[in-house]
Write a protein that binds this ligand. Structure first.
Ligand code: FAD
Length: 470
């Protein structure tokens, strides 16, 4: 069988690339090992985690009402874990069904098989699904490599116990353990830890570096770190390594090595969330000219083209940040390049969102990056305590900040911490992408009273005209 364009991997990078290529009039085939399209994001990542986080958020809000706002509910919420899990699974199946229809409508062929490269223009297809063509080989003119990533599980943690979970295991929500240790204070660990904590687990977090969410600006992390510390009842162990895990009866014995905690402790479950590794091993890439770097990512140019001119790479396999919207955007670039368009990816403002309580979001340049690269910036911070809407909602621990180029007044970056930060950051992405100057933000009328005003107010800090409180 021959396919003019084949996409290897049907995650948000792969299916987006396939659909766009089909919209450009190309004949497209997706090779996906799983029974449905959707990839990590839809089946075991963004979507199930957010479905569960929404439940956690509602519980947290009700707790707040009860604690401080004069609303009385009797007792603790009763959690029906089977129903919580079933709702999450329904969200996934609604979306995977939709993707199947979108593929059909575009005449995109979907082959359910594991694909590996025989050479630069041929894939070997393994599996037993009827969609696999006779001979089990597929030749192509262009291939878009979109095999994504999987959770990193170092051998020392891989002890063969189902009480030691990766993010995929944690999302299955088999039960609500009495005690859960989250290894790794990155966004996946904190999101999943929040889910389990609000459903009733006693959660502890251990992080090797000196702070949660390494790499994010510290002023954004501070309010979240405080909340996580409260949620974990002080059991956040920083600067601390986990030395070993072992199963003893129905517990996991953990050894800690660090100033945050030293010695042994037992937990009912352990979530290992220390990062993800790109899926490049075992793909037969050595049979092509594709170059894989020392971190396992496929090297490609700003048109997503690898060193092998027929093969493009997109999404998690093509490098950081490993985010679904980056994968989708790269998919669009690759599809358009193959269709003959003169496009390239200018990585100006890829937003990042941590869906915890409070949420954290940023786009464009961060203060950490500006410091590291010696870029001069003016930082204009607006505290949410001065926002009428934030006061009304009782979420005054947030802040919004713009990073502005002092010479051109252009906005270079934006950071937000607070409820709904993930929705608010979209305005900043547009502003940075369009090369707005800070007056463009302050000259745009923002609806009152909304949290979106904090973007305008943070811009007004630049001119010294920010309203204190109203
Ligand atoms: P993937 O989604 O990983 O898809 C790759 C596909 O390729 C898979 O379906 C796999 O089966 C298939 N495949 C692999 N090898 C082969 C082969 N040899 N043959 C055939 N098929 C193959 N990102 C966000 O932007 N926002 C979030 O809120 C967010 N939350 C997340 C929460 C969790 C718990 C996790 C784990 C991830 C989260 N992510 C989030 C990251 C996001 O899921 C990934 O960045 C995104 O899925 C990457 O898309 P992709 O298309 O590159 O690869």
């Amino acid at each position: 069988m021959h396919a003019p364009v084949v996409v290897l991997g049907g995650g948000p990078g792969g299916y987006a690339a396939a659909f766009l290529a089909a919209d450009e009039g190309l004949e497209v085939t997706i090779v996906e090992a799983s029974p449905t399209l959707g990839g990590t994001c839809l089946l075991r990542g963004c979507i199930p985690s957010k479905a569960l986080l929404h439940v956690a958020k509602v519980i947290a809000e009700v707790d707040e009402l009860r604690a401080d706002w004069g609303v009385v509910y009797e007792g603790k919420p009763a959690i029906d874990v089977d129903k919580v899990r079933a709702r999450k699974d329904k969200v996934i199946s609604n979306l995977t069904g939709g993707l199947g229809n979108l593929a059909k409508r575009r005449n995109v062929t979907v082959i359910q098989a594991r694909g590996t490269f025989v050479n630069s223009t041929t894939l070997k297809l393994e599996g037993d699904h009827e969609s696999i063509p006779e001979g089990g080989q597929l030749t192509f003119d262009h291939c878009i490599l979109a095999t994504g990533s999987v959770p990193a599980m170092p051998p020392v943690f891989d002890i063969g116990s189902d009480r030691v979970m990766d993010s995929t295991g944690a999302l299955k929500l088999v039960d609500i353990p009495e005690t859960l240790l989250v290894i790794g204070g990155g966004y996946i660990g904190l999101e999943m830890g929040s889910v389990y904590a609000h459903l009733g687990s006693k959660v502890s977090v251990v992080e090797m570096t000196e702070g949660l969410l390494p790499g994010a600006d510290r002023d954004l992390v501070k309010p979240l770190a405080k909340k996580i510390d409260q949620m974990c009842e002080g059991r956040v162990f920083l600067n601390t390594k986990v030395g070993s895990l072992s199963e003893t009866g129905d517990k996991i014995e953990v050894t800690f090595e660090g100033p945050g905690k030293f010695g042994h402790e037992q937990f009912d479950r352990v979530l290992v969330s220390i990062g993800r590794r790109p899926v490049t091993r075992g793909l037969g890439l050595e049979n092509t000219s594709v170059v894989v770097n020392e971190r396992g990512f496929v090297e490609c140019d700003n048109q997503q083209r690898t060193a092998d001119p027929h093969i493009f790479a997109i999404g998690d396999v093509a490098g950081d940040p490993m985010l679904a919207h980056k994968a989708t955007h790269e998919g669009r670039i690759a599809a358009e390049v193959i269709a003959g368009k003169a496009v390239a990816f200018d990585k100006v403002a890829i937003p990042a969102v941590v869906f915890t309580d409070p949420e954290i979001a940023w786009a464009g340049l961060t203060e950490e990056e500006a410091k590291r690269d010696g870029i001069e910036v003016e930082v204009n911070v607006y505290p949410w305590a001065a926002s009428g809407r934030a006061q009304a909602l009782g979420i005054t621990n947030g802040l919004t900040k713009w990073l502005v180029d002092p010479n051109t007044q252009r906005v270079l970056g934006c950071g937000i911490v607070g409820s709904g930060a993930g929705e608010l950051i979209a305005e900043a992405v547009l502003a940075i992408e369009m090369g707005c100057e800070v007056h463009d933000i302050t000259d745009s009328i923002h609806p009152h009273p909304t949290l979106s005003e904090t973007l305008m107010n943070a811009g007004e800090v630049h001119f010294g005209t920010a309203t204190e409180i109203y």
